[in-house]
Design a binder for this molecule. Sequence first.
Ligand code: ADP
Ligand code: MG
Length: 612
Amino acid sequence: MADIIHLLPDSVANQIAAGEVVQRPASVVKELVENAIDAKATEITISIIDAGRTAIQITDNGIGMSETDARMAFERHATSKIKDAADIFTIRTMGFRGEALASIAAVSQTELKTRKKENELGTKIVIAGSKIESQEPESCPVGTTFTVKNLFFNTPARRKFLKANKTEFTYILAEIHQTALANPQISFTIIKDGELYAKYPIGTLKQRIISIFGKQMDKGLLSIEDESSIVKIHGFVGVPELARKATNNQFFFVNNRFFRQKSFLGSIMRAYGNLVQQKEYPPFFVFLEIDPGEIDVNIHPTKTEIKFSEEFNICQLLEATVKYTLGKSNIVPTLDFSDPEDYSDMFKSTTNVTVTAPPKIALNPSYNPFKSNNGPSYNNTPSNARNWEKLFEEYQTKKTTESEPLLDFGETTELSNIDLGQDIHIQSCTQVQKKYIVSVVDDKIYIIDIKRAHYRLIYNIFEETITGNQNIPSQKTLLPIRIEVMQHEAESLKEALPQLQALGIDIEEFGNQTFVINGTPSNIRPEMVQETIMDFATRINESGKNFKDNWQEYIVKTMAKSASLYRNPDMNKDEMQQFVSNLLQTKSYTITPDGQLVTVIVEINDLLKKFN
Ligand code: ADP
Ligand code: MG
């Protein structure tokens, strides 16, 4: 019987191996940019066509390659960066496995032009699917240009696996940002589909952060610095106000290489403690300098996860350093957004009575008012939300000064003409701990969390307006509010402008990456709207389709929630009655739009049974 084992041809082996190194266009950009940095470039130009599907071109002014090196560079395990295994543990350059170029050339049509300073003529190599098609002398500037065309042309399954251009481009940008932050001494130029997209000039780390993330970083960066025998720490952490719902502005570098590390992230978040809200992330740019022998960068093929032998100690040092920096800068919480205690349990445990389901009003918890195909509105919901809308309108017309931008619920007594509905007979209302109202209505006791009830009420007004195909009224801000976002965010934000305007956010584009808000819904603080939009901008690209379908709801929720935080919980009897009446007539009054308990309902009969 004939032998059946044979060696795979190099081109096939390279293609298989390429799967590890080259997962998407962003991986090509990462590898080529790292090579340019290793080649001591001070200027790198990255040109992307079609999110890298059609072409990726990286030009550097580094040391270039000789004719022989240019050809050798595409061989597997060809590297100028290590000579023996021991070198792996002391390596300080970006790449060293010598497989990036072999991998890229295996799955694309690649062209390399390169020249060394001492040579008059450079060399040009054309290679497709690992096969060298030509190599000839070429007159070109000192340095190197790689052009990678038709990525995955010979591995259609991979090509099909690529996501939408916008998403792939976001990945590419993320790679560039990581590298650009680690190398402010190098200028980066990004060209997208033939047009200048961004330029990050040579500067300090702080200047680099600002040129990538915008001017809002300027005043909010706190420098961190610490040196011990284990690790040297430097960089910046952002003030809590800069925290966003997305994590795309959190960066760790070790020996100038980007990495991810959950435990270090935990340390930083612990240092911030409750200075930031849950699921909000402050920006940070943390650089660690450490003996290369103490880390193993080789455990992950794309090299973003790194093992540290001193992980625990570094965690402690990080937390302490960031805490110290925040403390030194006198940063204290200005607003308590979080409700740490869960009040819903309080009632359950002390009274031990059955909590009944809300009577009269049927709820459909899966109803999404922001989807168009939901059919007609709730039949058994009184038109109370309309009244609230009227309430807002009356408030607006009554208002004479700008100095009191919030709706004061205390004014509701003047609006006693609001139809309270037939079924509700409020017998008593008492305020408890300035947080709750306990109200007896017919044969039930309602215990209402005031803040959450406000959230529910305001949300419902917004929701009604939108489902009624009306725009939420907008009120001019005293001063226009500028918002700067990143370039790719700007594009998405532009598309969303009409819908934002429908939500009462009068926002328009104001030149490159800048937007201006001229008006906000009358009962929402402008700075809250600003923050909401900034969060929205970072999330719109990141969060994929699911978020896109729901973002209008997200914005409405965020605005309603922030508005509710500023409601004064102090109410007199009449105000409380009005408030309870309004709440009980609105739909879903037992839970907030986020599903937290608003109202506990106790049947008086159940309670009385306790005395038997
Ligand atoms: P590695 O970076 O791991 O050494 P690569 O396959 O990325 O492996 O590159 C192979 C070699 O090609 C490098 O070691 C380097 O000598 C050379 N090379 C690659 N890109 C450049 C460049 N832009 N300028 C100069 N030399 C380069
Ligand atoms: Mg490399």
